[in-house]
Structure formats: structure tokens, C-alpha cells
Design a binder for this molecule. Sequence first.
Ligand SMILES: Cc1cc2nc3c(=O)[nH]c(=O)nc-3n(C[C@H](O)[C@H](O)[C@H](O)COP(=O)(O)OP(=O)(O)OC[C@H]3O[C@@H](n4cnc5c(N)ncnc54)[C@H](O)[C@@H]3O)c2cc1C
Length: 579
Amino acid sequence: MIRLFQIQSLPRYIIHPSVLPFRTSVTQRNFFSRTSPVLCHPSRQRERNSQSGVQFSRYSPWSDEFTGSQGTRTVIQAVFFSALLFGVAGYIISEKSHVPPVRKYASPKELETAIRELQAAFPGPNMVVTDPNVLKVYGSSEQSYHASSSHAIVVRPKSTEDVVQIVNIARTYRVPIVPYSGGTSLEGHYSGLATGSICLDMSNMDKVLSINVDDSDLTCQSGARWEDINQTLRERGIPLFFPLDPGPGATIGGMVGTGCSGTNAVRYGTARAEWFLNLTVVLPSGKVVKTRRRARKSATGFDTTKFFIGAEGTLGVVTEATLRLTPVLPAKVAMAQFPNVHKAVSAVQEILNSAYGLHIQCVELLDDHMMAAINTAGLVDKPYPVADTLFFKIQGDPSCIQQTSDVVQSIVKRHGSFLFKFASTEQEAEELWQNRKYALISSLTANPGLRCWTTDVCVPVSRLPQLVYETKKDLQECNLRSTIVGHVGDGNFHALILFDRDRELDAVSGAVHRLVRRAIALDGTCTGEHGVGLGKKEYLSEELGANTVELMKTIKKAIDPLNIMNPDKLYPNEEQITK
Ligand SMILES: Cc1cc2nc3c(=O)[nH]c(=O)nc-3n(C[C@H](O)[C@H](O)[C@H](O)COP(=O)(O)OP(=O)(O)OC[C@H]3O[C@@H](n4cnc5c(N)ncnc54)[C@H](O)[C@@H]3O)c2cc1C
């Protein structure tokens, strides 16, 4: 008698007829139906065995009492052991193919190698910095209270080719890269990563490369400051300017990164309008792309320039940009004061919707606290009355300015303005705008020793008075001091909350959170112009919806599969999406 195996104690309950690769005979069906029910548990099996006693062994192919033919016995045993062998082999293969998880970013040793390679690639003076004090400064911001870490190294490229080289080293060792330009962003946009990051300081790439006056465009490196660009145009007697005006010191790369705007947005729109005609970008793969050519219009496919506007350095490094310019027009500055924000905003709505609305270059709101801060900071010759105030820039030829001014004056009066005046001299006009632009400095100078958390939100203009009213009430109830300035023509406002860092940071963070939720509830956005960075990413799902966030993440994954470009910023993590 040939017995393949004679192991009485084998766990019979693991075989089910459905796994047999052949049609069962009557005997076999009988056997299985009586001795091996579907995945029968051993305890049930024992019960059955005790009931059936010696009968059981007649059906077991491992028993001497087996009643089937030798062929049947062999087939059943062969099938059983084949299944067992397949199971064991499958298990071993799956265990062997289980590769340990890939480390997300460089190990300390790999990071060291990457740093050495960068030092060797850029031996010039000041091109590479590893001084811990400098690394800390680059990795954090005086104006952001979000978590931050030092970078592992700062590299200062001079050309697109340099950036390609840095990106290639970073990718090889999986070291995150954080682009840094003017460093004026406010939401922890360029903070370093604790696992080690390369800070790409673009300040050496600040050249204007060409100016095409006839086509009113200019090409520059991405580290050029918007103020320097306009100064260059003025110095060369070119009557054109670039109208995006974010914080003093901001540069083109950072302005693309945050999708900035500023006081001129009411007339000229934001970075998302077509002010960037073409961008040169180094992708995480090391490939260089140009998003367009210099033509004013293009309908070639979708707009890849827009991928990078507001991407906060998470999709690639912008190295050059072609900017559209616009004529400098004469302008006149005026101010109007109101009993409350509601009246000021309703005046703005009527002015912008009138036939003269197009001649309003800027209209800015400064609340009573901000006006008081300007007075206290001592930056003006004569103190202003303390009240909610609008500043206007009216532009056009002299007759147009005159007509528009008359209309503005009559509308603000109808909306309760008790004081309206034009800046009488160029110097006074300049001073008015400087005060608006340096609102942050005025707020801090007026409150020595305090820190300032600046946040921005934007709502449909008609909802602005409600938002300002509820926010001021909330801040008052929390005993927090704040000034408010806003690009009121766009429904965009900034709360500058002043606080003692040691005692009041939590209270400020709570107030900012409530302000953002209020803005979104009013059909607005968590940020009108400062961008998301670390500070606002938790609100993206609520504002845009999970599907839109998923679309953004899909694009990010496709362009940067290793997630080395400014990780942790902009895209909410899974937990924030679920929440
Ligand atoms: C006093 C003050 C007033 C401000 N007023 C305004 C305002 O009116 N309107 C407004 O919009 N903002 C304002 N801001 C915010 C700030 O000026 C803008 O966000 C500005 O666009 C940031 O430019 P930056 O060069 O300083 O960028 P950075 O702070 O250096 O970087 C910003 C982001 O862009 C990325 N980035 C930088 N360079 C590149 C590059 N070459 N390629 C790809 N990504 C890059 C960075 O990684 C980061 O995520 C103000 C800030 C301050 C301090």
C-alpha cells in the first residue's frame, strides 16, 4: 500500500470541497459532507468524532479503515498537500517581497553627503552658508508664530543652471528644498524641516534681464524686488510700472509663490491676473520649463503659469519671469473719514460701481485704532482725527481726476463722511501712502514691547462691515488690542493683533481662528493675499471642499512624487481634511 502521508493529527478542518480542482465522486461528497464541513472548528470536529466514533476513520484517507480505493486515497492526500505547499510557498514569497518602508527623507548620513556635495558644487564666497545662527534666521520669521525649524544649509544660486544642480542633489538624497526670496511672507511659508532642509536663497538672482518698452514687458530673475523693478523703470525714464505691490522687500519669486496682490488690486487685479506672462521654472525632476512666450495672449492648452502662482514653492523653483507692465498715470490722493466702517464700505461700493469706478487705483480702509497708532508712532507731521478712514488714489488725466474727485466727494458725503480732503502736495500724498504701507511698523512703534500677529481674510465686499464689526467685538471681549487695515475695494482686510508673546499668544491664536471661520461662513476665504503656508492649511477643506483639495494634491504628487519641494506647507494633511 502506498501511503503518501500518514499523519492522523493533520488539521482536517482546513479543507473544503470547493477548493478541490476536480469533480468529487459520490464517495468523496459523502466523505466531506460527513467529516470535513466548511472550515469546521476543531471543537465541533471533536464532537462529531465522538458521535461518529469509529465510523469516522473509515472516511479518512490517513486511516487504515479507509473504505475508498487506493486511487481515491492518493488523490485526496495529494490535493491536501498541494494546497498546503501552495499556502506555505505563498507565505514565504510574500514575506520575502515585503521591502522595508523607504525612508521619506535623507538619513543624517545622506544629509551630510548632500551638504558636502553642495559645498563642493558652489565654492564661491557666501554661496553656501552653514552657520547655525544664519540657518535659524532663514528657517523662521519674526512675523510668524507657527512651528519652525532651522534649515540644514542655505545655498545662494546665481542662475537657472545653479538651481538645476541644487535640485538634482536634493532629489538624489531626498533632502527637502525651501525657496526663500524676500522673506516677507507671513504664514510660516519658508520654515525649515526638522529632518533637514536646503534653503534656496534667491537674493543673488535679482537682475533685470531685458525691458521691451514697445511691448510693455520686462524679463527679470526671480529674486528681483518689485520696488527695485519700478525704481529701475523710473530711473531709465520709462513711463511704465509693474502694479503688484505686496510687502516692502518682496520679490518676484515670492510674489508668484504667494499669489500676492496689494493696494493696487482694486484697479489692476492680483498675481492671478495676467501680470506674469511667462515663468522659467526648475521642476523637482531637474527639468526646466518655460510656461509661455512673450506674446500678450496665448490659447495653447491650459495655463501652466497658473500652476505656480500660489503654489508657495511646492511645485518648482521660479528662476525667471516675464512681467507685463502698464502705463504710469497721474494720480491724486484723498482721504475721507466716517462714523463707522459700515458707512465707509457702502460709500466704496457706490463709487466702484459708478461710471468713475475705473479711475480708482486704490481704496484703503484704516480703522480708528490704526489712525490712533499712526498718530502715536509720530510718523506724521500733524495728527489725524481718530476715526474709520478711507484713503483713495484717483488716477487718470487731469480732467478725469477732477471729475472723479467730484463724484467721490459727493458720494462719501451722502454716506455720512464728516471729513474729506485731498493731499495738497506731492509730499503729502506720498506721506499718506507711506503711512498705509507701513501700517505694521506704525502699530508696533505705537505699542513698544508688544508683538504683532498679522492675518488676512477676504469676503464679498458687502459682507465686510459685518466681518469687521464682529471681529472688533470679539477682540474687545478677549481684551486684545488690534488695528485693522484693508484693501476695502476687494473686501480684503488685515487684522494686526498686538500682544504680549508670553501671556497672550493662545488668546491671539484663538481670535485668528474665529476670524477665519467667520470669513469662510460669509462666503469668503481664509486668505485674500498672504497665502496658506503653515498657518491656514487647516481651513482649505472647509473653504474649497475635500475634492478640490484632493485635486491640488494630485497635481502636487504628479509633479513632485518625492515631496521634496517645500513639504508640509499649503496642502492639508489627512487629519485636517477629515476634520
Ligand atoms: C509689512 C508687510 C506688508 C505686506 N503687505 C502685503 C500686501 O499688501 N499684499 C500681499 O499680497 N502681501 C503682503 N505681504 C506679504 C508678503 O509681502 C507677500 O506674501 C509676498 O508676496 C512675499 O514675497 P517674498 O519675496 O517675501 O516671498 P518669501 O516670503 O521669500 O516666500 C513666499 C513663498 O514663496 C516661495 N518662493 C519664494 N521664492 C520662490 C521662487 N523663486 N520659486 C518658487 N517659490 C518661491 C517660498 O517658498 C514661500 O512659500 C506683506 C508683508 C509684510 C511684512
